[in-house]
Write a protein that binds this ligand. Structure first.
Ligand SMILES: [Zn+2]
Length: 193
């Protein structure tokens, strides 16, 4: 348990003691759930999402826009975007981002399958939604370069001030990114309280 990400030895000990103490109401169910995960969860052959089949429910959903593709680093990032319920296209999970320290180079990104998918699915728009870290941004530029010339619109989410954020509490990098990504104030959209 202590080897699980996010759990140190003390938290792991608390979790194990809780499980032992609640053998009937918790531990049995946990064991069954873990067996279900082991036996049924698969990596989607199209996007890399996790689901109970070879093709995930997002890729199978005909109501989603098959020509809009969002590139994310991990399944957790996909789930975060899905929670917000505004994106109705499909995904491509990279699994990693470029990082010299971690030994991740362009050949590890498997961009061949990405390019093949963009062509095969006649993708018209690609949104590269990688973390706002140096590695994430380097990877964004690399992928944008790979996709250049394929006739797709390539964008990435804006960086800057979070909703409800106050300048006084933001770091320098966030403030400068927000100024660089500034946009015109559209008067028609402004509602004065
Ligand atoms: Zn999928």
């Amino acid at each position: 348990m202590a080897r699980l990400p996010g759990l140190g030895p003390r938290s792991a000990q608390r979790a194990v003691l809780f499980a032992i103490k609640n053998e009937n109401s918790f531990l049995e169910q946990l064991i069954n759930d873990l067996i279900t995960v082991r036996d049924h969860i698969r990596k989607c052959k199209h996007c890399g999402n996790l689901d109970c089949g070879d093709i995930c429910s997002i890729c199978l959903d005909v109501k989603r826009d098959a020509h809009q593709l969002c590139i994310v680093e991990s399944v957790a990032d996909l789930w975060a975007i899905e929670r917000a319920q505004f994106f109705h296209g499909r995904y491509h999970i990279l699994g990693c981002v470029l990082s010299a320290i971690d030994g991740v180079y362009p050949e590890h990104l498997n961009t061949k399958s990405l390019v093949a998918r963009v062509n095969a699915d006649r993708i018209t728009e690609v949104i590269i939604a990688l973390n706002a870290t140096i590695e994430g941004q380097t990877t964004t530029y690399y992928i944008a370069d790979v996709l250049a010339g394929l006739g797709v619109s390539v964008s990435s989410p804006a960086h800057g001030i979070p909703l409800g954020g106050e300048f006084n509490y933001l770091d320098d990098g966030t403030i400068s990114a927000a100024f660089l990504d500034r946009r015109e104030v559209k008067l028609s959209k402004v509602k004065v309280a």
